[in-house]
Design a protein around this ligand. Structure first.
Ligand code: PLP
Length: 399
């Protein structure tokens, strides 16, 4: 029996799996058991910022594993403290809470905002439509997309979702009773949509006028992917809370919530916690991720190679306007919106040995490791051009 068949007979079928028998990864490539190489621009869904098999990362994980794998949060742990110090130094935030995933970081942010608001008569949370914050009930309560929510209600009280980038809706929804507004500066799962400068300005004004917290979900956009450590830096935004996860643990489960000075004493011992959060092996890996991304130039690489990638995609759009409607993004967080559903493009690219992803039905989403070079972009773009040239664009979208 094949591994795929055994998987179907043993695991809940909550995922659509790719037809690859993974053997190992090296750099930008994943290899199957027959030795076939796949250029991996899916990248563990924006997780493996350093690519596969980074030696420093493997060594840090192995050294910490040999020292101790887990002791619980009853103990002060050096890898946690060092990673928190580095995050604080990089972002200017004042305190860090570690957890295991993006959705747990969302939950921590919600709880911190609610606790802060509880003594001020503020409990409402405003979020943006088309956003993605995770799969737990708190995160789902902040989302609007039926694909994720259908059948799971009732959701938590006190949440309102407004249309993306709609300044009048933001102004009418946010009030004295609003504890926080949560947003992705660049919506990832939603299809790579950026908040507008007007919307960012309105957020800043409301924060000042009504004393509401701004929560930036940087689970997908953070840790250097867009060319800055946090995507909110592109918009001059200084949130009160930032959530991180995906690349932070170098492939090990690690999330973080960063809190501003004003929030540093809101949560007291026992108010929030997790058994595994801030696992020392994951934190040791996180230190290497930050060193490589920030100190050793991967963040700069994301900006440069991302710019090149955007140009290349724009040139396909120029030559094949019937196929690509829009190219957008920053750094190595890029989307190419097709004029037709992207599934067949993703499948054909896979047949050619290139792993990409489609979100929102028709947005090819590229979140490669931050080690990607121009040559990898060329390999992908040449294949994509060929696939799009031979695509049967549905008659209703062709000119
Ligand atoms: N927030 C954003 C912006 C995300 O993209 C994701 C996952 O894709 C999450 C939160 C949830 O992260 P996790 O799957 O680690 O719970």
């Amino acid at each position: 029996m094949t591994l795929h068949k055994r998987e179907q007979d043993s695991l809940l079928q909550t995922y659509r799996r790719l037809p690859i028998d993974v053997a190992y990864g090296k750099g930008m490539y994943l290899y199957d058991r027959n030795g076939r190489a796949y250029l991996d621009f899916l990248n563990g869904v924006a997780v493996n910022a350093l690519g596969y098999g980074n030696e420093k990362l493997v060594r840090a994980i192995s050294d910490q594993t040999a020292a101790y794998i887990h002791v619980s949060n009853y103990f002060v742990q050096q890898p946690q403290v060092e990673l928190a110090e580095k995050l604080i130094q990089l972002t200017g935030f004042k305190r860090v809470f570690f957890c295991n995933s993006g959705t747990e970081a969302s939950e921590a942010a919600l709880k911190l905002a609610r606790k802060w608001g509880s003594v001020k008569g503020k409990s409402n949370i405003v979020s943006l439509q088309n956003s993605f914050h995770g799969r737990t009930m708190g995160s789902l309560s902040m989302m609007s997309n039926d694909d994720y929510r259908d059948g799971f209600g009732p959701f938590l009280d006190g949440f309102q979702s407004i249309p993306f980038n709609d300044v009048p809706a933001l102004r009418s929804e946010v009030s004295e009773t609003t504890a926080a507004v949560i947003f992705e500066c660049i919506q990832g799962e939603g299809g790579i949509y950026e908040i507008s400068n007007e919307f960012a300005s309105a957020l800043k004004e409301l924060k000042r006028e009504l004393d509401v917290l701004l929560i930036a979900d940087e689970v997908q956009s953070g840790v250097g992917r867009t060319g800055k450590f946090l995507a909110c830096e592109h918009y001059g935004l200084t949130p009160d809370i930032v959530t991180l996860a995906k690349p932070l643990g170098g492939g090990l489960p690690l999330g973080a919530m960063l809190a501003s000075e004003a929030l540093q004493d809101v949560l007291k011992p026992g108010n929030h916690g997790t058994t595994f959060g801030g696992n020392p092996v994951a934190c040791a890996a996180g230190k290497v991720v930050l060193e490589e991304v920030v100190d050793n130039g991967l963040m700069r690489n994301a900006e440069v190679v991302g710019g090149y990638f955007l140009e290349k995609l724009a040139s396909i759009k120029h030559d094949l306007p019937d196929t690509i409607k829009e190219v957008r993004g920053r750094g190595l967080m890029i989307g190419a919106e097709l004029t037709f559903p992207g599934k067949t493009v993703v499948d054909t690219m896979l047949e050619k040995g290139i792993i990409i992803n489609c979100t929102h039905g028709n947005v090819l989403r590229f979140l490669p490791p931050l080690i990607a070079e121009r040559s990898h972009v060329d390999e992908l773009v040449d294949a994509l051009r060929a696939v799009l040239e031979s695509s049967n664009v549905p008659a209703e979208v062709s000119h």
